[in-house]
Ligand binder design. Structure first.
Ligand SMILES: Cc1ncc(COP(=O)(O)O)c(C=O)c1O
Length: 391
């Protein structure tokens, strides 16, 4: 049986991590991996997470199954955090806890495929490296459009609007709610309004990927676009991840929320989501969701979490603003308009290779850098290396 298998290509980012780890140079800089790092280069366990964890260890008296939906209180609290502004529609939502945002994206893909097999998913490029593989694995047809105007460092909104015009009624459009990965360039409020209008007029279904909530402008502002759209569309999907904003990466904590036109449709959708989950991972892991539940329901822990999240955001923003000042020879001012952890450098593959070879600086092949991977102590080294390699 297994003779028929061929080697699959290694994920380029995982390959980059391996190369970085085996690089013996002590002054190396990793701007490739998409995780938050503090000034010491550590991806910390957040204080509120530590406190919630010790409460859990002390008080949890069973590890018995929780059921297909996962932790209901976590789902309600997360639902309130993300969809607080549209609470009256709650009965029209079907939702379940998922192993990270990735499983939420996949489950969403599965239910789209099951319900309307010929639906196309419109994905703006460049996208997160796993978006297209996840939807392809769900058997969906994918259409792409240009999201990013690389020349000017902002959203290629003409292309976005063109895509919404070319899409057919019932097609899904994937939208990153904030802190776009990999470009760091988000839609502005006017653009969100246009998209919302297009979705309503053309019968398109918005599908939000919310993986960086709180890391762009703040917990409330980061939801502005999502709220504008969800306020007026009858149907939508949202994949939520707690990997970055709670620092729970390996605990695989996420959720999928599906907004349907009626409570009856929500009920039917939920039975389908349960069945899809049951036949793959069955039930989601509990630990991360239990931590998030404890944080969100306790005023003190929540305050602590929000304060630490703000610190993370501010650190990233500070680095963004410093980098936007340019290298002396090169103007990088477009970077200041970006949001969240990422920005894309105007850099060629050959220059990226030189940064790695000559300066031990690692970044993704498309020029995406993780601003949280650049501590103040290494900032000057990075700027002079960039100055040296950029044409
Ligand atoms: C845009 C985007 N969506 C979703 C995810 C999924 O995150 P996770 O499955 O770790 O929760 C990521 C992770 O990097 C991401 O960047």
């Amino acid at each position: 049986m297994f003779e028929k298998l061929f080697m699959t290509p290694q994920d380029p980012l995982l390959k980059l991590i391996n190369e970085f780890n085996t690089d013996k140079r002590t002054d190396k800089i990793d701007l490739g991996v998409g995780v938050y790092r503090n000034q010491k280069g550590v991806t910390p366990v957040m204080n509120a997470v530590k406190s919630a964890e010790s409460q859990l260890i002390k008080n949890q008296d069973s590890k018995s199954y929780l059921g297909l939906a996962g932790d209901m209180e976590y789902l309600d609290l997360m639902g309130h955090l993300v969809f607080g502004g549209i609470r009256p529609k709650k009965s029209r939502f079907a939702y379940l806890q998922t192993p990270g945002g990735s499983a939420a994206l996949r489950l969403a893909g599965d239910i789209i495929k099951r319900s309307t097999p010929y639906t196309r998913v419109w994905v703006g490029l460049p996208c997160w490296t796993n978006h297209i593989p996840i939807f392809s694995a769900a058997g969906l047809k994918i259409e792409t459009f240009n999201y990013y105007d690389r020349e000017n460092g902002h959203v290629d909104f003409e292309s976005v609007m063109m895509a919404t015009t070319n899409a057919q009624a019932g097609d899904v459009i994937l939208l990153q709610a904030c802190g776009h990965n990999p470009t760091g360039v988000d839609l502005n409020l006017e653009q969100w309004k246009c998209i919302a209008q297009q979705c309503v007029e053309r019968g398109l279904i918005p599908f939000f990927d919310l993986a960086y909530h709180g890391l762009a402008d703040g917990l409330e502002t980061d939801l502005s676009g999502l709220n504008i759209v969800m306020d007026i569309v009858p149907e939508a999907l949202a994949a939520v991840s707690c990997s970055k904003n709670f620092g729970l990466y390996r605990e695989r904590t996420g959720a999928l929320y599906v907004m349907t036109p009626s409570s009856k449709k929500a009920e039917v959708s939920l039975t389908n989501l349960f069945e899809l989950a049951r036949t793959s991972y069955s039930m989601p892991p509990d630990h991360g969701a239990a931590i998030v539940r404890l944080i969100l329901r306790d005023a003190e822990l929540r305050q602590d979490w929000e304060a630490e999240l703000a610190e993370m955001r501010n650190q990233i923003q500070l680095t963004r603003m410093q980098l936007a000042q340019g290298t002396g020879k090169h103007n990088l001012s477009f970077i200041k308009d970006g949001k969240g952890m990422f920005t894309m450098l105007p850099i060629t593959a050959e220059q990226i290779a030189r940064l790695r070879k000559d300066h031990a600086i690692y970044m993704a092949a498309n020029g995406r850098i993780n601003l949280a991977g650049l501590p103040q102590s290494k900032f000057d080294k990075f700027i002079s290396a960039l100055d040296a390699v950029l044409a």
